[in-house]
Design a protein around this ligand. Sequence first.
Ligand code: ZN
Length: 199
Amino acid sequence: MGGCGSGNRRQSGKRTTSDMWRLDVYYLHRNGMLAPGRASTLNWNRNGERIASIGMLAETGRIILKYRTRPPGGEWEDKEYPVALEWTACHLGGQRPWFLCPCCGRRVAVLYGGSVYACRHCHNLAYTCQREAVHSRLLSRALKIRGRLGWESDHGQKPKGMHQRTFERLAWEHDRFNAASWMALADKLNLLSSGDAGR
Ligand SMILES: [Zn+2]
């Protein structure tokens, strides 16, 4: 199997929560799961309870991922798609495997699971775009209300001639959209919850 990674051997066996949702190409390689024709399953457990599972079928030059995913509040979906593998020679002899990220084609050692398995870069990118879109949509609603109220910065006085009740409603909506927009940026959950980037 070659000498790749032998200087960097990690313990197999017990997986910790920090390993959750990580698909490590070396782990698959060491366990023979990249051999063409080999079907295998990986389970992620927390406190003895299975929280995720992925089926894999290795073929020449690629591995098919099969699993079920459910976006927050949504329906279960079956996912099945290939991830290409690439082998490079290493100077100690032998070959080391890589995943080609199904989203961007980048050569990586680890894919991270959300609703799609992708490299860290793609997850960060999708996360950032998605959150920024929500953030700016909410913020622009807050700014629109701010315009109606004639507020220059964050929170101001009731404009002359506006009914108190109208003012209170607009001020409340403004605060709500404003707060929600920042919450959207702060929300660190739901990586890639839109979830079809790998197809
Ligand atoms: Zn990627």
